[in-house]
Design a protein around this ligand. Structure first.
Ligand SMILES: Nc1nc2c(c(=O)[nH]1)N[C@H]1C(S)=C(S)[C@@H](COP(=O)(O)O)O[C@H]1N2
Ligand SMILES: [Mo]
Length: 224
């Protein structure tokens, strides 16, 4: 099924999986109670285990967004909203970072080499208004997630289009996904389409289904 913009929604929503994760959140599954809030000398957060591969997790729909259909809007409470096509995106200053992934389902993956555009650069261009406090991210598959403006602006956060020197695959959220390393990976939306700056918080897909509104792996903020 392709819409007018030539973007094909591949796959089906995994209703059962979503229900199970929601039950896990309700029951507090996977919590160790071992939060080392102060102790960041450990590299692996509590309850996590290291993996070397890179699992694919999403709601089941993996949109196929051709580069010439790709669009990103940054709007809401900003002085200068922007709309980028692919050529605009790749003209921006390149930002590179190496960071660890921590997924709430307990896998972590070290040393991911990302390339893209820093969120700091995006914010410099759009200039959030004085009352802006929150960022709501909207994806091509209908997924949403929310962070504070401060977390979005973190110096290691970026709109990534390359991973380990290669374009990010469709399965992992290409052409462009967010990477916000300080939080569990559900706060890093794949197939990003719109970044909404807001005075008001708007909990996203998992946040309204029992996941924490913040999601700091060091505080084990898995659920609300
Ligand atoms: N658009 C979108 N982004 C998403 C998701 C999703 O379903 N849709 N799932 C989130 C979750 S729960 C995780 S763990 C990571 C998984 O990213 P990966 O498949 O690249 O490992 O993507 C996050 N971003
Ligand atoms: Mo996840």
């Amino acid at each position: 099924m392709a819409d007018d913009d030539g973007i094909e929604m591949r796959g089906e929503i995994k209703e059962k999986l979503i229900r199970r994760k929601q039950e896990w959140a309700r029951d507090g599954r996977l919590l160790t109670g071992n939060q080392k809030m102060e102790d960041r000398t450990e590299r692996l957060p509590p309850g996590q285990r290291l993996t070397r591969d890179w699992p694919v997790l999403d709601l089941g729909i993996q949109p196929d967004v051709p580069l010439d259909s790709w669009k990103l809007v940054v709007d809401g409470l900003v002085e200068k909203p922007l709309e980028w096509r692919w050529r605009d995106f790749i003209e921006q200053p390149v930002f590179e970072d190496i960071s660890d992934i921590h997924c709430v389902t307990t896998w972590s993956r070290y040393d991911n080499h990302w390339e893209g555009v820093s969120t700091a650069h995006v914010l410099e261009l759009v200039r959030p208004k004085a009352d802006a406090r929150h960022v709501i991210m909207h994806s091509y598959d209908g997924y949403t997630t929310n962070v504070t403006l401060e977390a979005f602006a973190a110096p290691d956060a970026l709109l990534a289009h390359r991973w380990e020197g290669q374009p990010i695959s469709r399965q992992h959220g290409g052409p462009v996904r967010l990477v916000i390393p300080q939080y569990y990976f559900w706060k890093s939306p794949k197939w990003i389409k719109r970044i909404e700056i807001s005075a008001r918080d708007k909990p996203g897909f998992w946040e309204v289904r029992g996941y924490n509104n913040e999601g700091d792996p060091w505080k084990e903020e898995r659920y609300s």
